[in-house]
Design a protein around this ligand. Sequence first.
Ligand code: NDP
Ligand code: GDR
Length: 334
Amino acid sequence: MPTALITGITGQDGSYLAEHLLDLGHEVVGVVRHSSSEPPPRIEHLRDRIELAGADLFDQTSLLNVIDRYQPDEVYNLAAQSFVPASWQQPILTGEVTGLGVTRLLEAVRLSRPEARVYQASSSEMFGKVHEVPQTERTPFYPRSPYGVAKLYGHWIAVNYRESYGMHVCSGILFNHESPRRSTEFVSRKISYRVAQIKHGLAHELRLGNLDARRDWGYAPDYVRAMALMLQQPEPRDYVVASGETHAVREFCELAFATAGLDWTDFVISDPALLRPADVDLLVGDATLARTELGWEPTVSFRELVRLMVEADLALVETEVGRGLAPPASIPRR
Ligand code: NDP
Ligand code: GDR
């Protein structure tokens, strides 16, 4: 049984990837940073099937210790400060974790388990102000946020360790992928959760920033399958993973409200305070390489994604209301 070590296991993707690797018969070790609250909700249901190890992408020794102790066959680096607006508020932290943290992890692997296969979570945010449409593995990068810049560093250091040391390192350039496990600060879940609150009479409006931004949105469980497939290839390389469709935030709103029988124009307010210092206007990926080499295919369309997220939040809010746990009628503004 191969052993897979996942950093960022408490995040959206980490929880789905852990489930997928367990289904494939892997032993799973999850890296968690110290926290004053537990258990981490997204992996609560997996607690008796996975091992958790304490380490932090800030801390070289802790990473070396976990690699040394578990000698993983596969390492998935999903940990990051991943919220783009927070990267302007905390640019140095973002650079340390999302950027330099990749080097710390690669150093730990190089020193203790150089034959391990490594997956680096790269991002379509690296394309930023796009040089071509659609974006492929060969499209030049132009990041537009401290997060995007940090991810670009992580991407190139992954390529560099592959070329310098012959390590088996793959970088997955994943476009936006969402699910009911997404945090409510990201626009998809912010919308779906608020739609559910409005439907249950717990809120009356939804304040958003840039409604014209276009994203290539997919379903997170589909995207973690691509991560695992990359590490099964004989030769390491980088792959774009995307649906190939682009939609505006306003389309997401329209569909989400319609799913609950509501008209989005009655509730959505465009708030200039929520605009970013610089935004990424248009993303759409070409995943031809992933489709042909990995045999990867997404199973959930944009319309299905919006519907399943709204339906999940309608059920969640109904349960919360039923238990007297109705959350306050506000969610993070950014
Ligand atoms: P999340 O924000 O949901 O999860 C981030 C994870 O990183 C959490 O488990 C968090 O732990 C952990 N983490 C943060 N800081 C540290 C640290 N200093 N040391 C150790 N762990 C840390 O992200 P997603 O699951 O959505 O994304 C996974 C990865 O993929 C990220 O790297 C993201 O940047 C990248 N990505 C995501 C895309 C998407 O659309 N979702 C698209 C492209 C790339 P804690 O729970 O303790 O906060
Ligand atoms: P993104 O995702 O920045 O693409 O990064 P997010 O959902 O935060 O924003 C997508 C687009 O929606 C616009 N937008 C808003 N965004 C948020 N969060 N809140 C709002 O109120 C709002 N109104 C409009 C944004 O301006 C943006 O254009 C995600 C993260 O998961 C990254 O870690 C990952 O690398 C990329 O996707 C690919």
